[in-house]
Design a protein around this ligand. Structure first.
Ligand SMILES: [Zn+2]
Length: 462
């Protein structure tokens, strides 16, 4: 196989093989290979067919391996005309298909993922369920089976596919019915609410996991990968395709036209970004990447700009942690004492300054103690997350003693529903999320209310 890849690489270098790109700045793709599964990518043209055939022929004659006519298929993009498709597939001599089937055991989705496209997985689970005689097992036995088998069957697919709500509901329903011993013609009493069953054991529950949350956790893991391993090929493709930018922490925008995977990422990103305790944090190395004011890098996970006691200029915002050290390696915090509340000041003083002897700064998963992403920490965070905080937030808004229209305005902010350019971009109402006043990259709610030059001046005047 190495020989084949080598041939392809030579052909690519000589500009004979024209790779495809999924985005302008994206990496060029020529082939993907895992064991004996191979996918080639190239432009749809007669010349390219000739090149592919030459490479394959050369490889086949030298290795005496044959290409399987049955298993090999050609798939064209939607933009290729019917005549071209017919011509090229007959030239290649392989069957044409609109559906590539499975790759490494995962269904490749060419259309919108719906309940129907996941039907085979559901059938698999139902088949498994019908084999077990629920009424001969004890409650504890059914609990063990539903936790260890039923809940793990869909997880492989869940790692890359964001399930429609219906599917998650159906999975939960199957799990619930099995637990209480329902059969096709007899429904038993479900004596404890599903919500309670899904709580951890020390909170009156049984620790059963909800399908939607498990699915979201896998998507959070993908978010984490996008941040922490931007150099992997598949992540390069994703980052360029969806315009994530060059920073470690990507810009993640919803798109009207997006793959199922991207929808999943956007849904999970909200969870990653929203809550302080378990979102992304930095581990201080040489301090050259971390923004002193805007990034989460202090051990207490406080972001300085959130607690600052005075306005911070845009120039200060750009400063890295390394900018606040002297040549001898000690902190150089002159002139900013008044901007930092005393608790943070003490913490800052007690933190070892960055040093050029250290490795570079690196992102860590704020949710776990060792900074490594784990499904357990993600699930725990999801379970205990936002709703309670949000509830507090909303009651705070409605209890605020000011005029009603300001309360309504606050309510809109809390729902992140101000028509900022960032918001408009997410709905494809504009192509540009930047602020027209100060030209910051993203005009978000927090930007127009707090970070923008203009609003800062208003704040100082009033
Ligand atoms: Zn601005």
């Amino acid at each position: 196989m190495e020989r084949l890849f080598h041939l392809i690489e030579i052909a690519e270098k000589q500009k004979l093989w024209k790779p495809i790109k999924l985005a302008k700045k994206g990496p060029p793709l020529t082939y993907l290979a895992f064991a004996d599964d191979l996918i080639f990518f190239s432009e749809a043209s007669v010349e390219q067919v000739e090149i592919i055939k030459t490479c394959l022929d050369l490889f086949c004659t030298s290795s005496r391996i044959k290409v399987s006519q049955e298993k090999t298929k050609v798939c064209f993009s939607k933009n290729v005309g019917w005549n071209v498709k017919t011509e090229l597939s007959s030239l290649l001599g392989y069957q044409r298909t609109d559906d590539l089937g499975k790759y490494l055991g995962v269904q490749l989705h060419h259309k919108r993922v719906s309940k129907r496209s996941l039907q085979s997985m559901m059938d698999h689970i139902n088949k498994r369920l019908s084999k077990w005689k629920a009424n001969t097992l004890s409650f504890a036995g059914r609990l063990t089976l539903s936790k260890s088998v039923l809940a793990t069957l869909p997880t492989y697919t869940m790692q890359t596919v964001y399930f429609p709500k219906q599917c998650c509901d159906e999975l939960d329903r199957a799990c619930r019915s099995f637990l209480w011993g329902d059969s096709s013609n007899h429904r038993c009493v479900h004596a404890v609410a599903w919500e309670t069953i899904c709580k951890p054991k020390d909170s009156r529950g049984l620790g059963v996991k909800e399908a939607r949350k498990v699915n979201t956790c896998y998507m959070m893991k993908n978010c984490w990968n996008i941040c922490s391993q931007p150099n992997l090929l598949w992540l390069c493709v994703i980052r360029s395709k969806y315009g994530c930018g060059d920073e470690d922490i990507p810009l993640i925008h919803k798109r009207v036209v997006a793959s199922n995977f991207w929808r999943g990422i956007c849904a999970a990103w909200v969870k990653v970004e929203q809550s302080l305790a378990w979102s992304l944090a930095w581990s201080l190395g040489d301090g050259k990447t971390i923004k002193f004011w805007a990034d989460r890098w202090l051990p207490s996970k406080v972001v300085l700009i959130d607690v600052t006691t005075g306005p911070i200029s845009i120039d200060l915002l750009k400063k890295t942690v390394a900018d606040y050290t002297r040549e001898d390696g000690s902190w150089n915090l002159e002139g900013i004492h008044d901007l930092i509340p005393s608790s943070c000041w003490n913490e800052l003083k007690g933190t070892a300054p960055p040093s050029t002897d250290n490795d570079g700064d690196c992102l860590v998963w704020g949710g776990s103690n060792n900074g490594v992403f784990s499904m357990k920490s993600a699930y725990e965070a999801l379970r205990t997350s936002a709703p309670s905080n949000l509830k507090n937030l909303f009651s705070l808004i409605w209890r605020w003693p000011g005029p009603e229209h300001i309360r309504c305005f606050l309510w809109r902010i809390a729902h992140n529903s101000l028509c900022t350019n960032d918001w408009r971009l997410s709905r494809s109402l504009t192509y540009d999320a930047s602020c027209k006043i100060c030209h910051a990259d993203r005009e978000t709610c927090i930007h127009i209310l707090r970070d923008c030059d203009f609003s800062r001046k208003c704040g100082v005047q009033s």
